[in-house]
Design a protein around this ligand. Structure first.
Ligand SMILES: [Zn+2]
Length: 247
């Protein structure tokens, strides 16, 4: 089986890695192309710096994570950063009822600003929607959003078709190696909207997530979909290139 030419990781907290880990991830074979999300103003700036340093290997997003909406005063700064640096991707943004439901109203206020910005600029949204899958989906439609992906999708199975019809994408996390729920979902995600991600270096039940696990994850997805792992990666890469306009 031929090796794949690259692996696109569509959701990573790249700035959280050590310098050594970054060097390893950016000189890996097959090469990674990593979509790096920001969680607030400071980390969004670091992601932009890393994308400059590792040009072509890291694609930057700027955002305010729904866990960080206490920093909503940074919102104007984030949106002007996106404009001044011509950042196409907004993330990590969204809503969370699973881990931080108590701030939901504030989250919705912040997310609405990002939705309005994305609509106006045709930006792509890299979305966190834990426990709020349907709410986020409805908001995307309401704001007539053209480009969006649901990161680490573990939402309702019956929403998957709606997401497909609306033209949005769903990303499968490398945690599928140990997460049963991800396996259930992966088997119903249509190949034409499937993406792959790590959410690295987040620690999921003792597994320090990394782009390096995507290959293994693709093997599992392949078994579920009766495709070989190379085909899974090729299709996910094609989808990622289309969504993120990667040439
Ligand atoms: Zn994340």
């Amino acid at each position: 089986m031929d090796a794949v030419d690259e692996i696109i990781d569509v959701h990573s907290h790249i700035y959280q890695y050590s310098r050594e880990e970054l060097e390893e991830l950016t000189s890996y074979t097959p090469p990674f192309k990593i979509i790096g999300v920001g969680e607030n103003l400071e980390t969004s700036k670091v992601v932009i710096e890393l994308a400059d340093r590792y040009s072509g290997k890291i694609i930057p997003c700027v955002g305010l994570h729904p866990w960080n909406v206490d920093n909503s005063r940074e919102l104007d700064g984030l949106l002007s950063l996106a404009i001044s640096e011509q950042i196409d991707c907004i993330g990590e943004v969204g809503l969370d009822k699973k881990f931080v439901g108590g701030t939901f109203n504030k989250q919705a206020e912040v997310f609405t600003r990002f939705l309005e910005y994305a609509k106006e600029n045709n930006s792509v949204l890299n979305i966190h929607a834990a426990g709020a899958w349907r709410e986020v989906f409805d908001l995307l439609l309401k704001h007539d959003i053209g480009r969006a992906m649901f990161h680490w999708y573990t939402g309702p199975v019956d929403l998957v078709r709606d997401i497909e019809y609306a033209g949005y994408y769903i990303s499968i996390n490398a945690a599928i190696i140990i997460q049963e729920k991800s396996r259930k979902i992966a088997s119903v995600i249509p190949d034409n909207i499937m993406l792959l991600e790590s959410d690295g270096p987040y620690n999921y039940r003792g597994l320090r997530l990394s782009s390096k696990y995507i290959l293994k994850a693709a093997e599992i997805v392949g078994k579920l979909k009766e495709l070989d792992s190379r085909e899974v990666i090729i299709r996910a890469n094609q989808n990622a290139r289309r969504l993120f306009k990667i040439l």
